[in-house]
Design a protein around this ligand. Structure first.
Ligand code: NAD
Length: 363
């Protein structure tokens, strides 16, 4: 693959190839944009079919992190690491220490975190070589499992979506269909139940479904049925691509708002939601609570402060919807525009400051 045209197309800053033969390390760190601050993004370990696939994944994920941090109002850029290897058999202390040394060598331009295939234990090993790591053990000052904060952010985003689409953010008596009752989905279901919401749920794991039925008075439906149930809000909290050509025909909701990443199979599916009059809560904005929580570690983790920032997703979503309405844009495009605008504004602010400094030096 020709790398530089790819980097130029989305204006990537840096791609770092990390190799350590003795440690068995083959990793790629992609830094997309550091206008707002250091690039923060998780470290994914995966058995990629090819090196080109690993590079593409690192670049794609790094760019996604730029938008997520910008939309969440964080002073962070976007980056990602991918480690080529099997997370079940190829991990070692040497591998993660070697990676830690590479991260340290970037001098704070990139900060890593847990992701698919890596854990708190791996982050603790990386932490032996660098301070530019979050999601370490709570003993080292981490915010712990981010899922409850992600769920809280999604809950607040659902309230903002309900206010916009249904005229009230009071969820009492509203019907919410949740696809996926994992770490985030179940915690979200608990918050919605406490708020008086009526739950319809589905999961491939029957235990999670039975628990929601008995603890939260939820109604259980099949994994395919969930897309077609009559509800106010459909909350995809399982895997990506829940909104696609097939499911779009079946949705009977007024809002789509959940935690899953990459909910739209393709961006055009966001346009179709808009045309159908279904309000879509852009995934990377509504599910940014976990990132906001991890980012708080960089200032010395404070649970109250982190929670207050996550609660602010309510206001971020209201602002996003008002931009979408003012500019008559589908909400997924409004989110991209909002993130891009913030980055551009900060570029301007910084260049003004540099010009001011130069003028002062010239005197
Ligand atoms: P998880 O693995 O704990 O939960 C996923 C749940 O979805 C599981 O219970 C699984 O059985 C269920 N599931 C899988 N396929 C299904 C299907 N076809 N129908 C119904 N249920 C199905 O994951 P999680 O941490 O709760 O994350 C859920 C989603 O939110 C993922 O897309 C993840 O990328 C995203 N997300 C999570 C966080 C976080 O803090 N954990 C942050 C941002 C985004």
């Amino acid at each position: 693959m020709d790398l530089f045209p790819y980097l130029a197309a989305d204006d990537y800053e840096q791609l770092v190839f990390c190799h350590d033969k003795a440690a068995g390390l083959k990793a790629i760190i992609a830094i997309h944009d550091t206008t707002l601050g250091p690039a923060l993004g998780g470290c994914r370990m995966w058995t990629y079919a090819s090196e080109a696939d690993a590079v593409t994944d690192a670049l794609r994920l790094a760019r996604g992190m730029t938008y997520k941090a910008a939309a969440a109002g964080l002073n962070l850029g976007g980056g990602k690491t991918v480690v080529i290897g099997n997370p079940k058999s190829d991990k070692s202390e040497a591998l993660f220490r070697a990676l830690g040394r590479y991260i340290q060598s970037l001098g704070g331009r990139y900060i890593t975190a847990e992701d698919v295939g890596t854990s708190v234990v791996d982050m603790d090993i990386i932490h032996k070589e660098t301070d530019f790591v979050t999601g370490v053990s709570q003993a080292y000052g981490s915010g712990g499992n981010p899922s409850p904060m992600t769920a809280l952010g999604v809950f607040r985003g659902i309230q903002a979506s309900a206010k916009t689409a249904l005229g009230t953010d009071d969820l009492a008596g509203k019907t919410i269909a949740i696809q996926g009752l994992g770490s985030v989905g179940y915690a979200l279901a608990q918050l919605l139940h406490e708020a008086g919401g009526r739950l319809i749920v589905s999961d491939i794991n029957p235990d999670a479904v039975s628990r929601a039925v008995s603890e939260l008075n939820a109604t259980a439906v099949g994994v395919s049925e969930i897309f077609g149930v009559q509800c106010d809000i459909f909350a995809p909290c399982a895997l990506g691509a829940a909104i696609n050509d097939e499911t779009l025909e079946r949705l009977r909701c007024k809002v789509v708002a959940g935690s899953a990443n990459n909910q739209l199979a393709e961006p055009r599916h966001g346009d179709v939601l808009h045309q159908k009059g279904i309000l879509y809560a852009p995934d990377y904005v509504i599910n940014s609570g976990g990132l906001i929580n991890v980012a708080d570690e960089l200032e010395g983790y404070n649970p109250e402060r982190a929670r207050a920032k996550v609660e602010n997703i309510y206001q971020i979503m209201l602002d996003l919807y008002s931009v979408a309405m003012r500019e008559n844009l589908p909400s997924h495009l409004a989110a991209d525009h909002m993130a891009q605008a913030r980055i551009e504004q900060m570029k301007q602010v910084r260049s003004t400051f540099i010009r001011g400094e130069k003028a002062a030096w010239g005197r």
